[in-house]
Design a protein around this ligand. Structure first.
Ligand SMILES: NC(=O)c1ccc[n+]([C@@H]2O[C@H](COP(=O)([O-])OP(=O)(O)OC[C@H]3O[C@@H](n4cnc5c(N)ncnc54)[C@H](OP(=O)(O)O)[C@@H]3O)[C@@H](O)[C@H]2O)c1
Length: 332
């Protein structure tokens, strides 16, 4: 059976997702963005394709009244700002896949909102899940590697992600273009890292209990002008091109987990990577390169769609979903 999708948030990630869905046989029945210049434009043209006959609307209630199987959402990361949007989709009887990072495993950070979304989804017989780059590259790869081990003392994940692969929302998370003073003021009231909940997914997959996460963030300041395509401007020397975040994750079972995630506007010489290191018996490492993280965020999210539609109703995190595999066509 064919799949009908609504694109919610017509930014960098979802414009890639639009092409991937069309090429895999998914019908796009509506597109929503906040008010602005994209409203009334054709989704296909905004996504660099030919016209799809789907014009972008700023009226989600109207678009969600169209029969659809799933809303593909790429707007913000934090669950607090995303909650009303997820709620509205679920109440309309539409499944949700989102790349909003904190939706990947929201139970520890936002237990009340998570429970509410789980209840709403069950009431309306639909499923909500978070996917994106964390799906294979963090949660499932990390969990698979752990299967080799007899004992794990520490799991380390390091990554470099190029902000230029994303839109202005991601550039904002990395403080791109901001002064060190501005960064320091905001860093004093820091929200949890976008990488935090991925460790909750891994802990759930390994049946570990996260007891604490200690987060530090370091500003990365450029000494030469650096072009930021996400913001369509050049960052002057002395200003931030991004951040390096460090997460120390403590578990009840004394398996330590460490994240070192660099998120900045890369130079032409720099290559994105994802490194994994497990220390225990045995100790070993894996490095993934050749990434285009904007694309892989969208491709994993799109490839997940059939699993989410077929999953039982409720909040089902990716650690509970089947193995993510290539499919020639995406159907249910
Ligand atoms: N899980 C992952 O692997 C992963 C990886 C990278 C990024 N992300 C996250 O994915 C999200 C999207 O990233 P992106 O690079 O695509 O960002 P983006 O290009 O800035 O796109 C965001 C889109 O959402 C629209 N929008 C903002 N508020 C809205 C609202 N209330 N209702 C409807 N539309 C709204 C924006 O409209 P305007 O055009 O008016 O601004 C824009 O079109 C971010 O939260 C980012 O951090 C996740």
């Amino acid at each position: 059976m064919g799949i009908r999708a609504i694109v919610y948030g017509v930014g960098r990630v979802n414009c890639i997702a639009t092409r991937l869905m069309i090429e895999k046989g998914i019908e796009i029945v509506g597109a929503v963005n906040r008010s602005g210049t994209k409203i009334g434009k054709d989704l296909g043209e905004l996504s660099g394709m030919s016209q799809l006959g789907v014009s972008v609307s700023d009226d989600p209630a109207h678009i969600l009244s169209t029969p659809a199987d799933i809303a593909v959402i790429a707007i913000y990361d934090d669950l607090q700002r995303m909650f009303p949007i997820y709620k509205q989709c679920l109440e309309a009887g539409v499944n949700v896949v989102t790349v909003g990072a904190h939706a990947s495993y929201p139970w520890r950070l936002e237990p009340t909102l998570s429970q509410q979304l789980d209840d709403i989804a069950r009431t309306h017989g639909v499923t909500i899940s978070g996917s994106g780059n964390q799906d294979f590259f963090i949660v499932h790869l990390g969990a698979l590697m752990s299967g080799v081990c007899h004992r794990i003392d520490r799991i380390v994940h390091r990554s470099l992600t190029d902000v230029n692969n994303f839109g202005s929302e991601t550039a904002g998370i990395a403080y791109v273009g901001q002064s060190v003073d501005c960064f320091q003021t905001k860093a004093n009231n820091q929200t949890p890292s976008v990488y935090t909940t991925f460790w909750d997914n891994i802990a759930a997959a390994l049946e570990l209990t996260v007891v604490d996460v200690v987060q530090t963030v370091e500003p990365i300041v450029t000494t030469t002008p650096r072009i930021c395509r996400s913001l369509n401007r050049t960052i002057k020397p002395g200003f931030l091109i991004g951040i390096r975040q460090r997460l120390e994750v403590f578990t009840k079972e004394n398996v330590r987990m460490t994240g070192e995630n660099s998120l900045w506007v890369c130079d032409t010489e720099e290559e994105e990577y994802k490194d994994w290191e497990i220390m225990g018996e045995p100790s070993f490492k894996i490095r993934v390169t050749g990434l285009a993280t904007g694309f892989t965020t969208a491709s994993q999210c799109v490839n997940r769609i059939p699993h989410i539609i077929k999953a039982p109703p409720g909040y089902i995190t990716i650690d509970k979903l089947p193995k993510l595999t290539y499919r020639q066509r995406l159907t249910i």
